[in-house]
Design a protein around this ligand. Structure first.
Ligand code: NAD
Ligand code: ZN
Ligand code: ZN
Length: 345
């Protein structure tokens, strides 16, 4: 089968690899019908996650079950499914407490051996272990493009928004208008804020944020913290959502909120350590939350929200390309020439 593989820093190529097959009773084989390139793939692309040459990429995918192991209860061949970007066992202590993102047996798709040794979804086929705990059926009538982001960026936007503790009438600042920030901009509105500010430097992304109900702030032209203060009576946002992961965006997210506010960070930190302004947090009674999204908790309700017409995640797709063109798709996405790219095998 064909699959997009990491071949070295900023080198992706589509090559022929062995078609995977199921081994465990809890596994399913999926024929992939759509995959996507994610901002997290860029961490591997730029060499920040140490993958080996030839390992398969991709963790956002939907498809059709081709074969199911004998222990799989919720899925059968022919079912259309969306998978979480990681697998969780469902029976360890933290899964039982609902923290699937902290599962003791967690492994992530598409980052090679270093993040769990699973296959990649930017391919024709993929095996999903722990399938009953890691996938949801796609409702009849819902397209692949509507469903695919439930397994990663839409769930992350919802996780971020819920943890930002948004109250009706609040002002929320979303730092970063990449795919994750755009999903957070969309999800934040489910909680009834008066304002959702979207902060980024890329006008094409800010335009989409505006279409999704955000108020754009281009931080390459204005001071974002002052712009948020100006539009909140000098006070600052009630909460912020950090959707980038670099020191400057984390700093903006921490400094644009008012006293008593909450910062909810989902961007993967680009640095292992950094300065944390303890005194400012004490002085302003701030709350800081962060983490990998608890995808398994959100997939079902998000599919219901999409089916009900309350969320339109497919609106952020800017480019539809073939899997064969994955090399170009990575180049374009890394250069921010595309907001979100989906690939068909
Ligand atoms: P992306 O790289 O496409 O988007 C990042 C955006 O941030 C870009 O539009 C960029 O212009 C903007 N930006 C960069 N520096 C900025 C700054 N200082 N201030 C404001 N904006 C700035 O990536 P994405 O797909 O949107 O993902 C964003 C982050 O979320 C990545 O780190 C990704 O790995 C992470 N992520 C986390 C989870 C999770 O579970 N927590 C899940 C998915 C993705
Ligand atoms: Zn992702
Ligand atoms: Zn577990």
């Amino acid at each position: 089968m064909k699959g997009a593989t990491f071949q070295g820093v900023e080198k992706v190529s589509v090559v022929d690899v062995a078609k995977p097959s199921i081994h465990g009773a809890d596994e399913v084989l999926i024929k992939v019908t759509l995959s996507a390139v994610c901002g997290s793939d860029l961490h591997a692309y730029h060499g920040r996650i140490p993958m080996a040459a030839g390992e398969l990429l991709g963790h956002e995918f939907v498809g059709v079950v081709e074969e199911a192991g004998s222990g799989v209860k919720r899925f059968k061949p022919g079912d259309r499914v969306v998978a979480s970007f990681y697998i969780a066992c469902g029976h360890c202590t933290l899964c039982r407490k609902g923290w699937f993102n902290e599962c003791e047996n967690l492994a992530t798709f598409g980052f090679g051996r270093v993040l769990g040794g699973l296959g990649g979804g930017q391919a024709e086929y993929i095996v999903v272990p722990m399938a009953d705990q890691s996938m949801e059926p796609i409702p009849a009538g819902m397209t692949d493009e509507q469903a695919i982001f439930v397994g990663d960026i839409l769930a992350t936007g919802m996780f971020a928004a819920e943890r930002a503790e948004i109250k009706p009438g609040d002002a929320v600042a979303v730092v970063g208008a990449g795919p994750v920030g755009l999903m957070a901009t969309m999800c934040a509105q489910l909680f009834g804020p008066a304002h959702v500010f979207a902060i980024d430097m890329v006008d094409s992304r800010l335009e989409i944020a505006q279409e999704l109900g955000g108020t754009p702030i281009n931080s390459s032209r204005v001071n974002a913290i002052e712009a948020v203060e100006d539009q909140t009576g000098g006070i600052g946002a009630d909460s912020s959502i950090e959707a980038v992961g670099v020191p400057s965006s984390i700093d903006t997210a921490m400094r644009c909120v008012r006293g008593g506010g909450t910062i909810s960070m989902v961007g993967v930190p680009s640095e292992l350590n950094g300065d944390f302004p303890y005194y400012m947090f004490w002085e302003k009674s701030l709350t800081f939350r962060c983490g990998r999204c608890n995808v398994q908790r959100y997939m079902r309700p998000l599919l219901d929200l999409i089916a009900a017409g309350r969320l339109h995640p497919e609106k952020i797709i800017s480019h539809r390309m073939k899997l064969d063109d994955a090399e170009e798709a990575y180049r374009m996405f890394a250069a921010r020439e595309a907001t979100k790219i989906v690939l068909t095998p």
